[in-house]
Design a protein around this ligand. Structure first.
Ligand SMILES: [Zn+2]
Length: 327
């Protein structure tokens, strides 16, 4: 239900109003950083448009309990399609592929391909199975290659009746102007630390100290969960001891892609800690903190390149010696 989406009152009020009037534009664009509720709001909108409970429908909300709401929650509703890298990986694999193969295929995905978009647009032309709306949600929309975006254009321009496309993106500026001009934009703001804490508590996320993670979250749930993992790595490796840098680096995952993400999350936490300390420091300490901050931005960049994340992280942690940084 809409109550479950915290910190986005403007977007929620607008979508709820549309659902209450049983209408939607052909295409919507939800934009905002990762982990602020775009995907959840898109699914909630799909539920509100298709809910079988009369009273919920009247108010533009969903009941969460009828067969339609439950099917959308489980991802099995025949008229609601969520297109993301998981969806695309499934299309690429044989039906009997196991979980391991699926995980590997998901990790490889960087772009939404023209084949995926064509498969979905063909689906959008078929008759709805139920009496409600057909909803197509495209996550990571900015990763559509030009051919994929072009294949989507005419379908979002004039979708059949009771069909809505919802594009989700973290990088609105990276999208083709021709796509942007056909979508009604809805912005999703960063969350406050209090809202992040509340969501972490409400979802019973496996996070030791929600309020502390919220401080390092950058206003997003994704950020908070990454910070939780980073703090755990730092603590388990006793980062503030002489052996700390080596131990923390040794705690990274073996898979290169995962290790890179984890190392980047650790650097993000430390960069924020350096900023906090800079704000409280006197003039004499500020210069060395500033130098450290510049170096840390470089470390982050080098992890994006083909350098060993463990090596970069170890070097970064060693460079903090004598700065009395606290996390
Ligand atoms: Zn319902």
């Amino acid at each position: 239900m809409w109550n479950d989406i915290l910190g986005q009152p403007k977007a929620v009020a607008y979508l709820q109003k549309l659902a209450g009037q049983n209408r939607a534009p052909g295409a919507l664009l939800f934009y905002g950083q990762d982990g602020v509720g775009k995907r959840k709001a898109a699914l909630e909108f799909a539920k509100a448009l298709n809910c079988e409970d009369f009273f919920s429908r009247q108010t533009g909300d969903s009941c969460g309990a009828c067969p339609s709401c439950q099917a959308i929650e489980k991802g099995t509703h025949p008229d609601v399609t969520l297109v993301d890298f998981v969806y695309q990986a499934r299309l690429l694999l044989k039906q009997d592929a196991d979980e391991d193969a699926l995980e590997k295929e998901i990790e490889k995905q960087q772009h939404l391909s023209v084949d995926t978009i064509r498969q979905v647009t063909a689906k959008s032309q078929q008759k709805a199975v139920g009496p409600g709306w057909k909803v197509f949600i495209i996550d990571h929309a900015q990763t559509m290659q030009a051919a994929a975006a072009n294949a989507l254009l005419k379908f979002i321009e004039e979708p059949p009746a009771k069909t809505v496309w919802i594009l989700l993106t973290t990088k609105r500026a990276a999208m083709l102007p021709t796509i942007l001009s056909r979508c009604q934009p809805i912005g999703f703001a960063p969350l406050s630390p209090a809202q992040v804490t509340q969501i972490l508590q409400a979802t019973q996320a496996d996070v030791a100290d929600p309020a502390r993670c919220a401080q390092f979250s950058g206003g997003s749930i994704t950020g908070a969960l990454q910070a939780a993992q980073a703090l755990e790595l730092l603590e388990e490796g006793q980062w503030n001891t002489p052996q700390g840098p080596t131990q923390v680096a040794g705690g990274l995952s073996r898979t290169a892609a995962l290790a890179r993400k984890e190392a980047q999350a650790v650097l993000d936490v430390l960069i924020q800690a350096l900023h906090t300390q800079w704000a409280q420091a006197d003039e004499s300490q500020r210069t060395s903190l500033q130098t450290a901050l510049v170096k840390f931005e470089d470390y982050k960049k080098s992890i994006g390149r083909n350098v060993s994340p463990a090596l970069v992280l170890e070097t970064a942690l060693m460079s903090l010696d004598g700065l009395n940084v606290e996390v």
